[in-house]
Ligand binder design. Structure first.
Ligand SMILES: [Zn+2]
Ligand SMILES: [Zn+2]
Length: 328
């Protein structure tokens, strides 16, 4: 299926074969005529076919009316989707309390550790500190891809504890991608901040109780871990901004345009049914190289071979929880 997906992206014919999860094949069969200009310019051809693929097989996020008043007999995406309503209703008060505590703790440790890193900073080691920081950002991007791929591809919302608390937002996000833009800072970022708390606490312990000599020996590693923690924490915020088409501050748009954080158009490729590509959502820097080596399809074939589990079967099931609506 991944091979078919890539073929869809690079060719001008989009067919039902690249969207095995969909319920209505007629919605996904389109042939786009070639023009002379496009034959001369392969890059332009790829960009154009990506635009068409995104337009046909994902929710129109840059059109606010299209998000809620989709012109279709059957609602395929958005807050009115039957599955999206069920999933949104499963966000509990206990979960929110856990998110608030995680964010407060994480921010306290971030500030403390930043002060310590600044205190021990030695500009003569810039050639080690800068690569350590960049490696931390790259690791965060890879981690975002692996976690996102795991949650999208395997498991079900019915699984004890992780189903409702961890997998539910991923299912909701595919059938109502703009729901993330209606979530506040706490709901958007609570889980990611929670992940960073244990290590940030350990880092604070080291900076507090270790002697100067020992701290200097681990300094570059702690810079790496600090940047990793910051970018892991901010991953879903970057992701939220990649779905926000209205009212973003100009500096965020600048960061997106120069691909310092996840760009909007780049992330739209993940939201093309069946959501089997471009899983990295922190900066998105690793998406292209991982696609080149067929990383995700390779991993899926291994898991499928040894477990027999079908990739994205739960995701497909939620996508099909549509209800007929009548247009008057
Ligand atoms: Zn996804
Ligand atoms: Zn998304």
């Amino acid at each position: 299926m991944q091979q078919q997906q890539r073929m869809c992206i690079s060719s001008l014919t989009i067919s039902h074969s690249c969207s095995a999860s969909t319920t209505d094949s007629s919605l996904f069969t389109t042939t786009i005529p070639k023009t002379d200009d496009m034959i001369e310019n392969n890059l332009q051809e790829d960009l154009f076919s990506e635009d068409i693929l995104v337009a046909k097989n994902s929710m129109p996020e840059d059109d606010p009316n299209g998000n809620t008043l989709h012109d279709a007999r059957e609602i395929r995406w958005g807050p009115q989707h039957a599955g999206a309503k069920i999933l949104a209703g499963q966000y509990t008060k206990e979960k929110r309390i856990q998110e608030i505590i995680s964010i407060i703790l994480s921010i306290i440790f971030m500030i403390y550790n930043f002060i310590c890193i600044y205190r021990y900073f030695d500009v003569r080691n810039w050639y080690l500190i800068i690569p350590s920081a960049l490696l931390g950002i790259l690791t965060a991007d890879l981690a975002s891809g692996i976690v996102h791929w795991c949650a999208d591809t395997w498991g079900t919302v019915d699984m004890p504890f992780i189903g409702r608390n961890f997998l539910r937002p991923f299912r909701e996000h595919h059938i109502d991608p703009t729901s993330i833009t209606r979530h506040d800072f706490i709901e958007t970022n609570g889980d990611n901040f929670a992940v960073t708390v244990p290590y940030l606490l350990y880092m604070a312990y080291k900076f507090t109780y270790w002697n100067d000599t020992d701290i200097r020996q681990i300094y570059n590693f702690e810079v790496y871990m600090f940047l990793l923690a910051i970018f892991v924490s901010m991953t879903n915020q970057f992701h939220k901004w990649s779905h926000t088409y209205f009212g973003l501050p100009s500096y965020i748009v600048f960061l997106q345009r120069y691909h310092i954080i996840l760009p909007r158009k780049h992330h739209r490729l993940h939201h093309v049914v069946p959501h089997d590509t471009y899983f990295c959502i922190t900066t998105g820097w690793l998406n292209w190289p991982l696609e080149m080596i067929h990383f995700w399809s390779w991993l899926e074939s291994i898991v499928e071979k040894y477990t027999g589990a079908k990739p994205r079967s739960d995701d497909f099931a939620w996508a099909q929880k549509t209800e007929k609506v009548h247009c008057y």
